[in-house]
Design a protein around this ligand. Structure first.
Ligand SMILES: NC(=O)c1ccc[n+]([C@@H]2O[C@H](COP(=O)([O-])OP(=O)(O)OC[C@H]3O[C@@H](n4cnc5c(N)ncnc54)[C@H](O)[C@@H]3O)[C@@H](O)[C@H]2O)c1
Ligand SMILES: [Fe+2]
Length: 351
């Protein structure tokens, strides 16, 4: 789990004080990895830079790749030898990059070598996560999702969670409506997949129910977006992340990973595209999801698999079928009898 949590509007301004005890004596800097959306905006001016600290803007046009992580870690080793810590400020992509770079400062080889479960050998450097979008739960999870040479899979390990997170809902207030909805739905979908899954336990359930209640309030009861929504969605993301950290996600994520691997579809919107078509597995959740889409007047893309070749469908099916724990959580031990390759192909064709 994350070691330290700070929550509150304006808490970003405590960052200097929070990281101070973690500064190493020998000129090893703190690196602030900031989502490129904030380049030229006010936020970078509020970063507590000292000495040779450095701001790097993270290009998150595409979701993080192992190559990008390796290049960033190499750049920092070449320039500084070692660093005191890394602070990831941004959406799920930037936070995942920061987690992965922290680990690659101390673990040999390529980040692709650690895609899987419990392969990371050494703790990374001190790492802090500061979300500017709410929903992914990347701020609390024990994974960092990366696209590598052969697969899209996280570095899941006990060393992956942040040492510190700063949850300041003010940072999310400029998010575009569509992006905010898609990332918010990632959280809603985490709740549905966790709460209906076979891996469910009281720990996951306690967090999942709270996150679900917050999402329902924000996306169905509220008539306009305000500060309360940003405040509540940030806590929903945290609780939803805690829920899946101790259980697993399910069908929407397993199918969406295939889309993302082949077509580069972003995580939030990809999950929404799939969620629109999986009533069979989550009857109530999908019905409610559709009400949220309608009420918030969001367009979910359709027909994104039109015209794909057999080979491309095969690629997506292979990636998706590889997510065994997700399918097992969703459908039980006999999942392979329920979700056949044929059935999955038909589902992809509908998207
Ligand atoms: N580690 C985990 O447990 C976990 C869980 C779910 C998803 N993820 C990962 O998270 C990523 C998705 O994250 P996301 O949905 O937060 O989106 P994102 O981080 O990919 O960002 C989406 C877009 O929003 C912009 N943005 C970020 N903050 C903004 C703000 N405040 N205002 C305006 N624009 C802003 C970004 O620049 C980017 O263009 C994927 O890479 C996914 O694999 C990780
Ligand atoms: Fe997710």
């Amino acid at each position: 789990m994350v070691d330290y949590v700070v929550y509150g509007r304006g808490s970003f301004d405590q960052l200097g004080e929070i990281i101070e005890p973690h500064r190493k004596k020998h000129g090893e800097p703190m690196i602030f990895l900031i989502d490129h959306f904030f380049e030229g905006k006010q936020l970078p001016n509020r970063v507590p830079l000292q000495d040779n600290d450095k701001i790097i803007f993270a290009d998150v046009t595409h979701e993080p790749k192992t190559k990008q992580v390796d290049a960033l870690a190499k750049q920092l080793k070449d320039e500084f030898g070692m660093i005191s810590g890394i602070i990831g400020i941004g959406g799920g992509s930037t936070m995942d990059l920061a987690k992965a770079v922290s680990l690659m400062m101390t673990n040999p080889g390529s980040s692709a070598d650690y895609q899987g479960w419990d392969l990371v050998k050494f703790p990374g450097v001190y790492k802090v996560g500061i979300p500017t979008l709410s929903g992914t739960g990347a701020e609390v999870s024990r994974t960092t999702v990366l696209t590598g040479p052969t697969r899209k899979l996280g570095m899941n390990s006990d060393f992956t969670p942040f040492n510190q997170i700063v949850l300041d809902p003010q940072l999310t207030e400029n998010a575009p409506i569509n992006q905010r909805f898609y990332t918010g739905m990632d959280c809603y979908i985490h709740c549905i997949e966790s709460l209906t899954g076979t891996y469910l336990n009281e720990f996951s359930k306690a967090y999942g129910e709270k996150a679900l209640e917050l999402c329902q309030y924000i996306f169905l009861e509220k008539d306009r977006w305000d500060e309360e929504c940003d405040d509540k969605l940030m806590m929903a993301s945290y609780a939803g992340g805690m829920s899946i950290a101790y259980s697993q996600v399910g069908v929407a994520h397993a199918v969406s990973y295939g889309l993302s691997y082949l077509l580069g579809t972003k995580h939030g919107v990809g999950n929404c595209i799939v969620m629109n078509h999986i009533e069979e597995y989550y009857p109530q959740g999908v019905k409610e999801f559709k009400r949220m889409v309608e009420k918030n007047k969001i367009d979910i893309p359709q027909g994104i698999c039109k015209g794909l070749s057999d080979e491309q469908f095969e690629t997506m099916i292979n990636v998706s079928m590889g997510m065994k724990p997700l399918w097992e959580n969703a459908l039980g031990k006999d999942w392979e009898k329920i979700m056949t390759r044929d059935k999955l192909r038909k589902l992809y064709e509908k998207l």
